[in-house]
Design a protein around this ligand. Structure first.
Ligand code: NAP
Ligand code: F7E
Length: 320
């Protein structure tokens, strides 16, 4: 019999890649969606007929209970969250509700209605924040620097706690930044590649950004959803860092992206204080040894390939 999976956040970047991946593996895929006055299925348009949708919201316990009962999943991937760091300063309580308490709500539903399922929590490298060691491992202490990161730290700890309290199979993937042509346009990578394409095609004159010095360990989202799945195929639930192991600055991203279309970023990028954060995460770099050794996972897309893939996709989308 085919395995079944429930994906929360299926309309997001990771949800769309994970749904594709699980459908290819022969899973019955259930996608949790929240009610919206406009269509949010753009990223899964091409596979939406193969997905069974269940309507629920991370804020609403009864709807989550119903989603778990209806889908009766073998695997639950909790990808839904308010995931944009700047919004977490303007909506800190809502972020805590979605990104933090939402995890407890879904774990409670699982405990009552699908205790034998395997659960994946989308934890984040943002939890390391003002980093205590370089590179970051599963054992590195957290020092979150935004309300988003604080909420994710809560989500991570409650996942570990439900594993230990109720013997649930609850795994947490500490994923470093991962990007793709499906990344939301407000995140810096997509903002840059969309901006580069617009400038190249004469649709924009410049690109306003915040700090160019921040460094991130950027990987490809398509690679990272494989790691999520692998975590739920193990005999024991555990926590895993998923990262490439190399770090690059926003400036380096800009250089490759503009160079790819024969332009120089210095001629177009302007710095705008509106995009500076109250507290910044200066540098992240992950140690992926545990994922390599235990999951047999490794990334396949390099930083340069990722940047060029995203620029090419945005050029094509804008008709270039
Ligand atoms: P994303 O593109 O922002 O997608 C977020 C998803 O959550 C969307 O499907 C959204 O639905 C859904 N959602 C938000 N609030 C909800 C609510 N109250 N009830 C139900 N669904 C809700 O995020 P992503 O980049 O795919 O990331 C997936 C997960 O991994 C997130 O939890 C994120 O915080 C975490 N993460 C991401 C990264 C990264 O670099 N991408 C790294 C580490 C961890 P709508 O379409 O209705 O808005
Ligand atoms: O910022 C700097 C910004 O918004 C990256 C989320 O998926 O990954 C993501 O969080 C860096 C920061 O991602 C702009 O200050 C400069 O230092 O693309 P970002 P993020 O904050 O790292 C983690 C792992 C998650 O879990 C999150 O959900 O780029 N930066 N100028 C800018 N950032 C943005 N967004 N816009 C700018 O104009």
């Amino acid at each position: 019999m085919a395995k079944s999976a429930l994906i929360t956040g299926i309309t997001g970047q990771d949800g769309s890649y994970l749904a594709e991946y699980l459908l290819d593996l022969g899973y019955d895929v259930f996608g949790m969606v929240r009610r919206s006055s406009t269509e949010t299925l753009e990223r899964i348009e091409h596979i939406k007929n193969k997905i069974e949708f269940v309507q629920a919201d991370l804020l609403d316990q009864a709807s989550l209970d119903k989603a778990l009962q209806t889908s009766s999943p073998d695997e639950i991937y909790n990808l839904a969250a308010q995931s944009f760091v700047p919004t977490s300063w303007s909506q800190p309580v809502l972020t805590a509700e979605f990104t933090g308490l939402g995890v407890t709500r879904i774990l409670e539903s699982m405990r009552h209605f699908a205790p034998d399922a395997k659960f994946y929590q989308a934890s984040s490298s943002e939890m390391y924040g003002k980093v205590r060691e370089v590179p970051q491992t599963e054992m590195t202490p957290f020092h979150p620097r935004s309300p988003y990161a604080v909420a994710k730290a809560y989500g991570h700890h409650i996942t570990v706690n439900y594993r230990e309290s109720y013997n649930l199979f609850a795994a947490s993937g500490i994923l470093f930044n991962h990007e793709s042509p499906r990344r939301g346009r407000e995140f810096v990578t997509r903002k840059i590649t969309d901006g580069v394409a617009r400038i190249k095609l004469g649709l924009a004159e410049n690109l306003a950004l915040g700090t160019l010095d921040a460094q991130r360990d950027w990987g490809f989202a398509g690679d990272y959803v494989r790691a999520m799945h692998l975590m739920l195929q193990q005999d024991q639930p555990d926590d895993f860092v998923v990262a490439t192991g190399s770090t690059h600055s926003v400036r380096e991203f800009l250089e490759i992206a503009f160079d790819h279309v024969g332009l120089k970023y210095e001629d177009y990028v302007v710095q705008d204080p509106r995009y500076m954060r109250p507290a910044e995460v200066d540098q992240l770099i992950g140690d992926n040894s545990k994922a390599r050794q235990i999951l047999g996972w490794e990334p396949t897309v390099t930083f340069e390939q990722l940047v060029k893939m995203m620029v090419d996709s945005d050029l094509q989308l804008l008709g270039g």
